[in-house]
Ligand binder design. Structure first.
Ligand code: FCB
Length: 407
């Protein structure tokens, strides 16, 4: 079968600053140093349990979940210095779009003091993308914050949206000469808020539902203000967020609170919806017939339902993340194709999906899980930093270059 995608469909991959750049200094970096030993010990405890044993093929790699250095991001992929080489690869494997994020802590390391050299760095990143025919999707905030902002209480501070607004004003002014079309203000507001303020697993590790809603409220406010700022700078810019939506099978209240609540709050300040799809959830437990290295269920059909659920917003949709940890690269090619098949189906039913960005271009630092989950189309050897294009990246390249999925 041949599935042809709409003309001008965007194909590419996504990254985020902290997860690939290396040598950042933000709230997460400080947190890693305090928590790496604990995280390694917790992994060892899991491993000691026969039902939760970590497979040998993961432990044979460097760094692995039992080592504290697995949880210290350090130089990561050194993408900060190698972005041109990495974008050459993206171009070579057929991409025509790329999502990346700006590291707030780099451009505003001290409150109100902006670092011109770092702003220039991101100007160069954008220039490098444009030179290679890669349409930039600029994410303004992908979870990490400057130390000074954290010290003020971070997103719990009532003035947090104002601080963010100042940063967005400077960035949109300094980058807009490139007429950047796609801006993502905020990545996955509810994944951030629930892990950091409700479940207590990410910094600052609160477990408090009031704080959770307060943070969501501030994030929505920050988004709306940013929307106005960017549109004022460039009225043709397309501004949205990346939203993690889950396919809740017959769980309407969860569908409302997780998938719709935040989008409804910012309804009139969005030009597109960025969808990040990873999860499916059934009321009485998932079947988990096929899982990733992280144990996440592989459920391609879910993307169809989630996209259908977004139709009511009547906006263009870009899949801004979808991917899996698969160190052996055994499942990735099929994973991408299966998801694309369902995306194609939903497009044929007139849901306006205009692009697909795989997570991720490179292996990278997966938050509190650290290095071991391998999401990349491109493998990173963390000892030598050598890049190796995985076979699945070539399978995906065929689709990107032809605009046709063949199964
Ligand atoms: C998403 C995040 C992204 C990455 C993937 C695996 O929730 O936005 O940074 O960690 O999950």
């Amino acid at each position: 079968m041949e599935y042809r995608f709409p003309k001008d469909f965007l194909w590419g991959a996504a990254t985020s600053s902290y997860q690939v750049e290396g040598n950042n200094y933000n709230d997460w970096v400080e947190w890693e140093h305090v928590n790496s030993a604990r995280l390694a010990a917790e992994a060892a405890k899991r491993h000691a349990n026969a039902h939760m044993r970590i497979p040998e093929y993961i432990l044979n790699n460097y760094p692995n979940p039992l080592q504290p250095e697995n949880y210290i991001s350090g130089r990561v992929c050194d993408h900060y210095n190698r972005f041109k080489e990495d974008f050459d690869i993206a171009k070579q494997i057929g991409h025509n779009a790329h999502r990346f994020s700006i590291e707030w802590s780099r451009v505003e390391p001290e409150e109100g003091k902006f670092d011109e050299k770092e702003i220039e760095h991101y100007q160069q990143v954008i220039a490098a993308l444009c030179e290679r025919g890669l349409e930039p999707f600029v994410t303004l905030w992908h979870w990490t914050v400057p130390i000074w902002f954290r010290d003020k209480g971070g997103w719990l501070n009532k003035d947090a949206p104002k601080y963010f607004e100042r940063y967005v004003t400077i960035i949109s002014r300094s980058l807009n000469y490139r007429h950047i079309k796609f801006w993502i203000t905020i990545n996955e507001p509810n994944v951030f808020a629930s892990n950091s303020f409700l479940k207590g697993v990410w910094p600052p590790r609160y477990k408090n539902i009031f704080k959770y809603f307060k943070v969501l409220k501030n994030l929505a406010k920050a988004h709306k203000k940013s929307y106005e700022i960017i549109k004022k700078e460039n009225p043709t810019a397309q501004v949205g967020i990346s939203k993690n939506n889950i396919y809740f099978e017959n769980i309407p209240f969860a569908d409302y609170f997780w998938n719709k609540y935040f989008l409804n709050k910012i309804k009139s300040q969005q030009d597109f919806i960025g969808l990040n799809y990873y999860f499916h959830s059934r009321l009485f437990g998932n079947r988990n017939e096929d899982v990733t290295d992280m144990g996440w269920e592989i459920y391609p059909e879910g993307i169809y339902y989630v996209l259908r659920g977004l139709k009511k917003y009547n906006l263009p949709i870009y899949v801004t993340e979808n991917g899996l940890a698969d160190i052996k690269d055994e499942k990735r090619g099929k994973f991408i194709k299966d998801h694309l098949k369902w995306i194609h189906k939903v497009i044929s039913e007139s849901v306006d999906v205009r692009g697909y960005l795989y997570w991720s271009l490179l292996d990278n630092f997966e938050w509190d899980k650290g290095f071991w989950p391998r999401f990349g189309l491109v493998e990173i050897d963390y000892e030598t930093l050598e890049r190796k294009i995985r076979p699945s990246a070539y399978e995906y390249a065929k689709i990107c270059k032809s605009n046709i999925l063949e199964i």
